[in-house]
Design a protein around this ligand. Structure first.
Ligand code: SF4
Length: 255
């Protein structure tokens, strides 16, 4: 790689909001693979807040030329870049229409997803499918779950379904961002606080962020509740709000 290639590479990741890059198979969480090998650091001090600002003229293109979802998947490979590799069965990359104008982003795989390698297939996933398909039907929009794209911030199941740690989100988030750049959706629906934080840098809870349009780069982001939160019986009000959020995003994307 020439110095010019390296500079462009680092600029590309800086534009994604990455502060640190790790060589494949290494990283702060890849303890079982030996000593951490950092080949670039502090490439940007850009605040994550920048990701929620409206687009500015001259913003870098959304995708590196020609990168497809398949290439992102191939780059993940048998990933050991963070500690979440230690307990996983399958990497859960994403599923659905790779040309979808709408992408749903959750937090990370649960037990069912880890076993099958497909996102949102457990109880929460079934609720998400119902939410998408029933809301679309009610609103006169012809849409099935397989028409949208669904993925998570981290691709491996956190032990005990814990929330991903910030370093895990940062390392694996590069794949989420590259997926989004390859798909270039018209809008993104962030399911829950972890996805909202990863995409917008905002630290407020979902109740504060939901129902408003935020941004990841120049793509509108609607934050709503994670379906697993809606499964709890005492969250009826949240369920109604999630349906409202979904209606707004479906009309924005498909009208
Ligand atoms: S969570 Fe992401 S970065 Fe960590 S091991 Fe899995 S695929 Fe790699």
């Amino acid at each position: 790689m020439t110095p010019d290639d390296l500079r462009k590479y680092l600029e590309y990741y800086r534009d994604l909001g990455m502060k640190e890059l790790y060589r494949r198979g290494h990283g702060p969480g890849a303890r079982s693979r030996g000593e951490e090998t950092r080949f670039a650091h502090n490439i940007s001090e850009a605040p994550s807040e920048a990701s929620v600002l409206p687009p500015t003229p001259g913003t870098q293109p959304l995708a590196p030329e020609g990168e497809s979802l398949l290439e992102v998947l191939q780059d993940i490979g048998d990933c050991h870049r963070c500690r979440l590799c230690e307990g996983r069965n399958k990497i859960v990359f994403g599923a659905g229409n790779e040309h979808s104008p709408l992408v749903f982003v959750g937090e990370g795989p649960g037990a069912d997803e880890d076993a099958q390698g497909i996102p949102f297939v457990g109880r929460a996933g079934q609720l998400l499918t119902q939410m998408i398909e029933n809301t679309a039907k009610k609103e006169g929009i012809d849409l099935r779950r397989e028409d949208v794209y669904i993925c998570n911030v981290v691709k491996c199941r956190p032990p005990g379904n814990r929330t991903p740690e910030p370093d895990e989100m940062e390392i694996c988030g590069q794949f989420l961002f590259r997926q989004l750049m390859a798909i270039k959706p018209k809008a993104i629906c962030a399911l829950g606080g972890t996805a909202a934080r990863a995409l917008t840098g905002r630290k407020e809870g979902v109740t504060k962020l939901r129902g408003k349009w935020l941004r990841w780069r120049d793509i509108p982001v609607m934050v709503t509740y994670h379906p697993s939160y809606l499964l709890r019986p005492y969250n009826q009000n949240a369920k109604r709000e999630a349906w409202e959020d979904l209606k707004r995003i479906l009309h924005f994307v498909y009208d």
